[in-house]
Design a protein around this ligand. Structure first.
Ligand code: PLP
Length: 461
């Protein structure tokens, strides 16, 4: 399997090269040259398979002969052994509603499904091909902890994760700073998340530093993250239909960067019988507005109780655009340039209709989110986190839609308290989290201070 850029400006890459490159060098996003398809007979067989067997099979379709199958199987097994539910991604029923729980990994958010695999892939490829990787990122909370837990203790990798000092929740802070592995370096800056992002950008733009120190990123644009997420759409379909290929399903997906829902789109193109993908946003609704008007136009970010979806530029949307524009890389590049300079581009009526054939978008208000949490709890006893509730509320007209639960409610206890009047139970990964040792370096929000700290830290190892 070879990989190409959504902007058409690179020579095809192997799977390994695509994983290590992250963002394509022409500024585009990497995609497989062809989408493999799965025949109905195979789908039926897969329906009863455990998650890890399914993951090996699906990942192998996209890896080709780049990684030997026995190595891949081992890598997949190791990636999901820290999940606390035997089914890894179980479908549970709350009243009549199927809910796909994706939060049984080490940091209690769905990002673990992808980042546990990505960490092992990085380690494997660095050991096989030689080299080192120093991951640098800025986080407002969730992605940082999932990334840290994905690469902790991995050979050849260091991770430097910047968060705004005392501006992430105490649980989020502890999920990062309580990881004491030698290769994990938490930095709290005296500033905001935006300062953190600016510093990261500055350091990636310092090409001499970037090359000398082998800087890498783990943001949501890495192809391997999408790939890992495709698996649970197949797994959920099997659990709900028992493999009846004549039974198409609908998924409702709480969406920010369009990564998770794009994985569902890929699953559908591979042949999984998906009738509809409900694209659920909070009031940060750039994607909902696009699906209504055909105009992709950024707005200002409003803080909400579902903060991991407070996004007004969806980094993975370009992948879908590539298919919507008939895989014309030059056209994608032109549209994205227009977006960059004018903050907006549009697709035509045919293309909009095509997008709406598979996606149905709904924006959900704060009030509706809280009401959804309250109502589900009162009628079924099920406590959902606010991100999951956005997806549940968006699916109100489709009672059979499988709703993706993207975070454990205990991660967002304040919103749960507000909705139902008490705190959710603490799952094992959070018990004892607030006690115990932590490690973190507090630094001024200045690029030079972070650069010097990285140089000193790496020299002292
Ligand atoms: C990241 C995140 C989302 C949004 O996922 P995207 O792939 O960015 O669309 C939704 N819910 C939670 C809890 C998240 O952490």
């Amino acid at each position: 399997m070879r990989y190409i850029s959504s902007r058409g400006g690179i020579d095809p890459l192997s799977f390994s090269q695509a994983v290590m490159m992250g963002l394509a060098t022409d500024g585009g996003l990497l995609l497989p040259e062809q989408i493999p398809t799965v025949p109905a007979a195979t789908l039926r067989q897969w329906a009863s398979w455990p998650f890890t067997s399914l993951a090996s099979e699906i990942v192998a379709l996209f890896v080709g002969d780049d990684i030997p199958r026995n190595h891949l199987d081992d890598l997949v097994q190791r990636s999901y052994r820290h999940f606390t539910h035997a089914a890894i991604t179980p479908v549970i029923w709350a009243g009549g509603r199927p809910i796909l729980e994706l939060f049984h990994g080490p940091t209690l958010a769905f990002k673990d499904v992808a980042l546990q695999l990505l960490g092992n892939l990085f380690e494997y490829l660095l050991q096989r091909d030689g080299g080192r990787l120093n991951i640098l990122g800025a986080t407002s909370g969730d992605t940082g902890s999932a990334a840290i837990h994905g690469v902790r203790g991995k050979a050849g990798i260091h991770i430097f994760m910047i968060h705004p000092h005392q501006r992430v929740s105490p649980v989020q802070e502890r999920q990062m700073t309580s990881v004491l592995d030698d290769n994990v370096h938490n930095i709290a800056i005296c500033g905001t998340f935006d300062d953190g992002q600016r510093i990261v950008k500055d350091l990636f733009n310092d090409l001499a530093f970037r090359q000398k120190y082998h800087l890498g990123a783990v943001n949501s644009i890495n192809w391997a993250r999408i790939l890992a997420q495709i698996v649970y759409y197949f797994h959920a379909w099997g659990q709900v239909t028992g493999g009846d290929a004549s039974r198409p399903v609908t998924f409702s997906v709480p969406t920010g960067n369009f990564g998770d829902i794009f994985a569902g789109y890929m699953a559908q193109r591979m042949g999984l019988p998906i009738e509809r993908l409900i694209l659920a946003t909070n009031c940060n609704d750039i994607l909902t507005r696009f699906m209504r008007t055909g105009s992709y136009q950024t707005g200002t970010v409003q803080p909400t109780i579902s903060p991991s979806m407070d996004i007004q530029v969806s980094s993975n949307f370009e992948r879908f655009l590539f298919y919507l524009l008939d895989q014309d890389g030059a056209l994608v590049r032109q549209r994205m340039n227009q977006f960059h300079t004018q903050g907006q581009f549009s697709v035509n009526a045919d293309q909009l209709q095509q997008a709406n054939r598979i996606f149905t978008a709904r924006a959900v208000s704060e009030q509706q989110t809280l009401e959804q949490m309250r109502q589900l709890y009162q009628t079924t006893g099920y406590i959902s986190d606010p991100h999951t509730a956005v997806g549940l509320a968006a699916a109100a007209e489709w009672p059979e839609a499988i709703c993706l639960a993207t975070a454990h409610p205990a991660k967002f206890a304040a919103a749960v308290q507000q909705a139902i009047g008490h705190d959710p139970d603490q799952p094992p990964p959070l018990q004892g989290l607030m006690a115990g040792d932590t490690r973190c370096t507090i630094l001024p929000a200045e690029t030079n201070a972070i650069r010097a700290h990285m140089v000193d830290t790496l020299a002292s190892l």
